[in-house]
Design a protein around this ligand. Structure first.
Ligand code: FE2
Length: 160
């Protein structure tokens, strides 16, 4: 990679792979969650993630990026941890609390990735792309806050 543009392309490919993997993992999280609000939050985020993936595809088309087989190793690891928790023998409320912890790790990772990409896009003068990425960043932040509220104002206490 010789410049910020190439690093930006690398970031976009990474996010593309991350969202793609998450689309496959979220249904298991929806299924495992016991708390109805948590189930709903995960299933809403699955819909959102599908839209985000479509937006990334759009960005790739606009910028002539071929996402190819680039794999986001970090997302693979985060999902593996989540699957580990899902297979644990744990009380429902405890599993819910653990699922939130896994999901928030994922959101924090995505917030970091989109935050960086928005700034690269701005620096490189890709204004329209920056706006598209910033919208996803907002969704990830909102999702993280929603999960945080569910944990702090209910699920963690249920798990005590
Ligand atoms: Fe996402």
């Amino acid at each position: 990679m010789k410049n910020l543009q190439e690093l930006f392309v690398h970031e976009i490919k990474d996010l593309y792979s991350a969202e793609k993997q998450l689309i496959e993992a979220l249904p298991k999280m929806v299924k495992t969650a016991s708390d109805s609000k948590l189930k709903k939050a995960f299933s809403r985020h699955l819909d959102e993630t599908k839209q985000q993936f479509a937006t990334l595809k759009d960005i790739c088309d606009q910028m002539d990026i071929n996402p190819g087989n680039t794999k986001c190793d970090a997302m693979e690891g985060l999902i593996k941890e989540c699957e580990g928790l899902i297979s644990e023998d744990a009380k429902a409320a405890v599993k819910d609390a653990g699922l939130i912890a896994c999901a928030q790790r994922i959101e924090h990772y995505e917030i970091s990735g989109y935050g960086t990409s928005v700034q690269y896009a701005k620096t490189l003068g890709h204004e329209k792309i920056a706006v598209m990425l910033d919208e996803i960043l907002d969704q990830e932040s909102n999702c993280n806050e929603e999960l945080n509220d569910l944990a702090v104002y209910g699920i963690n206490k249920k798990a005590v």
